[in-house]
Design a protein around this ligand. Structure first.
Ligand code: MV4
Length: 449
């Protein structure tokens, strides 16, 4: 097992990782930018190193500085968290070349899943269902695009291969706008990712986002855990996640879970990862992408299974054998996570950085709060606006919702705006309470557009 881990991240996830290390008896090194000296992850860690200026490029994305920090502090492994350098295959390669274990999958797995066209091709070959599409990149001046789109059937969606976050994505309803949409998507993709490649897929109407957590050891064993439903999103940012999904019955769970396991086996996946699917109203499911990291929403899976995913991730990276088997995994109840952001819900969610005055965060039966904020803490304007994750657990969905409503009512954060009122609205919504809302829910029923 590792003796000392450097955490190449900040915020709640850095705190979450330090907690797991402490329980495993592993020493921790926090890195931080110049504006993060008073941050909780810095106070939490055994050792700290300032790696650069406020801008993430100068600090949390600064590979030479981070590697130097690991070397001078004597760390033997690096945990990337989520975001920042997590899905950077080059960073994983540099870590390994410097004798530092990268706590994540191989650089090959990261690379393979980072290119969406390659990932889809690979999954299709491995027998995983994918959305009917162009089978590779398309070019706007290629006259064949019209035949390709016609065969797929309108509406189609144009996506960037380097994509994520919905950038470079365009819905095309008829062939009149196909060529222009591809041109625009290519320009957007080039600007956002430096890679202009786009592809076409059939557009799935009102899809649900359902994802499976998988765990893999270096001996080739893979298990899948119960799914998470992340259909409630705003501008491709997840707001509410729950497990199990109200949409999925036991038969479909087994079928999708086994598919996710096959997908992970095909890439020889090690540590923790997530296979994302689009699910339509009829229960057809299609591979969307694979995330090669621990995700923001991992706590809902921890609550319903009783498994500490970050501890498992570290143990698997250290070469330990998987200790959980599919047959032993039970769904213990229902869990919901609400992401609280420092944003103003009344002003189109503009970020609301600043100093927190009085602070009260909820607790009590069935409530977990993962956060890095405290009274007197100043939220810098340079990074993600996530300030807390409230996770509720109940014996069933109804109880989890009631507990979440009760917990949201206890939240008091003075000095900055936050999104808890939006979550209260969602929890009180009739459609949400019925369960199984699609990705259109927020726009349609909460914002009424
Ligand atoms: C789709 C789709 C419908 N059909 N692909 C959004 C971001 C990226 N991860 C993929 N996304 C979508 N891909 C096909 N073929 C609808 C979306 C989509 C979406 C997916 C999951 C969660 C929220 C979403 C919101 C809008 C669109």
């Amino acid at each position: 097992m590792f003796k000392k881990i450097l955490i190449a991240n900040r915020g709640e996830i850095a705190c979450r990782i330090i907690r797991a290390c402490r329980e495993l008896g592993i020493k921790t090194v926090a890195i931080h930018s110049e504006v993060d000296r008073e941050s909780m992850h810095v106070k939490f860690a055994d050792q700290t190193v300032c790696v650069g200026q406020a801008s993430a490029f100068e600090s949390y994305l600064n590979i030479p500085s981070i590697i130097a920090a690991a070397e001078i502090s004597g760390a033997n492994a690096i945990h990337p968290g989520y975001g920042f350098l997590t899905e950077n295959a080059y960073f994983a390669e540099v870590c390994e070349a410097c004798g530092l274990k990268f706590i994540g999958p191989s650089k090959e797995s990261i690379e393979q899943m980072g290119d969406k066209i390659a990932a889809i091709e690979f999954m299709k070959k491995s027998g995983v269902p994918v959305v009917p599409g162009s089978d590779g990149p398309v070019n706007s001046d290629d006259p064949k695009i019209f035949a390709v789109a016609k065969k797929i059937g309108y509406p189609v969606i144009v996506k960037a291969t380097a994509g994520g976050g919905g950038k470079g994505m365009r819905i095309v309803v008829s062939e009149e706008t196909l060529q222009d949409s591809i041109v625009m998507a290519q320009i957007e993709a080039k600007a956002a990712f430096g890679n202009p490649d786009v592809y076409i897929e059939r557009y799935i109407k009102e899809p649900h986002h359902v994802e499976f957590q998988i765990l893999g050891d270096k001996y080739g064993k893979i298990v899948y855990l119960p799914e998470r439903d992340c259909s409630i999103q705003r501008k491709h940012q997840k707001l509410v996640e729950e497990s199990p999904s109200p949409l999925i019955n036991e038969t479909l769970r087994k079928k999708m879970g086994k598919t996710a396991k096959n997908a992970a086996e095909a890439v020889k996946y090690v540590t923790v990862g997530t296979v994302e699917f689009l699910v339509d109203k009829k229960g057809n499911f299609y591979f969307m992408e694979m995330n090669t990291r621990i995700q923001v929403e991992h706590p809902v899976t921890e609550m319903v299974t009783g498994i500490d995913l970050v501890k498992e991730q570290i143990k698997l990276a250290a070469g330990e054998k998987l200790s959980v088997s599919s047959e032993k995994i039970k769904i213990l109840g229902h869990a919901i996570e609400c992401r609280i952001n420092a944003e103003d819900p009344d002003r189109d969610f503009i970020p609301s950085p600043g100093t927190i005055g009085r602070l009260f965060l909820p607790g009590g039966c069935g409530i977990r709060v993962d956060t890095h904020v405290y009274s007197g803490y100043t939220i810098p304007p340079f990074y993600d606006s996530l300030i807390a994750k409230i996770i509720s657990f109940g014996s069933d969905r109804e109880e989890a919702i009631i507990r979440m409503q009760r917990a949201l009512g206890e939240v008091e954060i003075e000095g900055i705006k936050n999104t808890s009122s939006l979550h209260s609205k969602i929890m009180a919504n009739e459609k949400f309470r019925k369960g199984g809302v699609s990705t259109n829910f927020l726009t349609k029923y909460i914002f009424g557009r």
